[in-house]
Ligand binder design. Structure first.
Ligand code: FDA
Length: 396
């Protein structure tokens, strides 16, 4: 690294930082991209179970949580999921659509990383890994960045160090610290897209169910998600749970509908009328995984060998509620240790939605997950990283 002044220094070689570096370098800027990790883009590598769910073709602002729901519109419109897909296709990366619009690499997430690194090299951007940032100072002409490899001077500085999730992989709050240093406020941060934990009696009640999965509707307040639902040995996970975790606050109750496609009371009443000799154990196991159906009967002290004809209206109602309206309060979440994202972050009030430039300190930019824009599960978070990185890359 030289001590000459660079046009742009970007800190954080993840999805957003790489995209920004490529775009700025393609515009002829001298670009230095720094990361304290030994390898770039480690979150891309582990994402989507190693297959990187790199975008969602139907991404709209409603798929993002932010204190300003309009903030993400400009960047998402200017660099769309289709724009990223064009790059993937041009590179010859094969991909598949898991659910409608949700795109994954066919082979490996490494394909996306290789594409980004090759694009960066071709554009002339320089990447330095294993570099710690010791401080940033504003100078009359730009920024002085103190690093473990010496001092760097830059006209423009872009912070792309992501959020707090998975500290084991090197996540830090550096972007928030720099934002505060330059007068920005940070909206409350918390773990998102994260499994729930249960304790005490609630955990004991689901003991032995670990690994049981089904499709469920999970509701918190006015928000619901219909998707996979999984019992774990610590609590609950699966896509529907991860999604709702971003909307849940401690003390709130969740309602789980284990068969959103069946009106369970009507179903049980019909069975009692038409199949009066069937046992409730058989009837419940027809609609739920066996281990779960047995446990529900046990929780509600109903003998599985009871015939449908023997069951009272009150018992049918209890069992129907257990299936369609199971309500409980999680003890907490697994936190940043396993969260896919950090909710909250740098307050969008202090940023331009077009360029992601600080309104408080010209020449300073914040992109990607460190900003208070958080996507749902499904490729939305990478799309925000690509779009915000691209938008800043055009402006620096
Ligand atoms: P990102 O975290 O990617 O990059 C930040 C970079 O900054 C890192 O390289 C880090 O080392 C560096 N850094 C941090 N602190 C630093 C410091 N102090 N000094 C120097 N460098 C520093 N999203 C999605 O859309 N589809 C998916 O399939 C998945 N899957 C997924 C799985 C798992 C397990 C996780 C944890 C997350 C996902 N995500 C996801 C979310 C997605 O990974 C995330 O939103 C983006 O990586 C955010 O991109 P950024 O570039 O903003 O940060």
């Amino acid at each position: 690294m030289t001590s000459q002044t660079h046009d742009v220094v970007i800190i954080g070689a993840g999805a957003a930082g790489l995209m920004c570096a490529i775009e700025a370098a393609r515009r002829g800027k001298s670009v230095i991209l720094l990361d304290h990790a030994k390898k770039p883009a480690e979150k891309i590598r582990i994402s989507g179970g190693g297959k990187c769910n790199f975008t969602h073709l139907k991404a709209t602002p409603k798929n993002f949580l932010s204190h300003n729901e309009h903030f993400c519109i400009s960047a998402l419109k200017r660099f769309t999921p289709w724009d990223f897909l064009d790059r993937v296709v041009a590179r010859g990366i094969t991909y598949f659509e898991k659910t409608e619009g949700q795109l994954f690499c066919e082979t490996s997430a490494g394909d996306i990383i290789d594409m980004l690194l090759d694009d960066l090299e071709e554009a002339g951007g320089e990447l330095y890994l294993g570099v710690s940032i010791e401080g940033v100072t504003k100078t009359p002409d730009g920024f002085e960045i103190d690093t473990s490899n010496g001092v760097l001077l830059a006209d423009k500085l872009v912070m792309a160090t992501g959020g707090l999730s998975i500290p084991k992989m090197g996540a830090t709050g550096l972007a928030y610290d720099i934002a505060r240093q330059f007068g920005h406020s940070i909206t409350e941060t918390r773990a998102g897209l994260v499994p729930f934990t249960l304790g005490g009696d609630k955990l004991a009640a689901i003991e032995g169910l670990s690994g049981v999965s089904l499709n469920a509707r999970v509701t918190c307040g006015k928000t619901s998600f219909d998707d996979g639902f999984l019992f774990t040995h610590r609590g609950l996970s699966g896509p529907s749970i991860l999604q709702i975790s971003s909307y849940w606050k401690p003390g709130q109750t969740l309602e789980i509908n284990l068969r959103p496609d069946i009106d369970m009371l009507a179903h049980l009443q019909a069975k009692r009328k038409d199949r009066s000799k069937q046992t409730i154990g058989t009837v419940m196991a027809e609609v739920l995984p066996r281990r779960l159906s047995e446990r529900l009967l046990e929780w509600h002290k109903v003998q599985p060998e009871n015939r449908m004809a023997e069951l009272s209206n009150a018992t049918l109602q209890t069992l129907a509620d257990a299936v369609n309206r199971w309500s409980f309060m999680p003890d907490g979440t697994e936190g940043y240790r396993t969260a896919e994202v950090t909710l909250g972050g740098i307050d969008t009030e202090g940023l331009s939605s077009q360029t992601l430039e600080s309104l408080k300190c010209p020449g300073l930019y914040f992109i990607g997950e460190c900003v208070d824009v958080t996507g749902w599960l499904g490729g939305y978070n990478f799309q925000w990283a690509w779009s915000s990185g691209w938008a800043a890359g055009q402006a620096v």
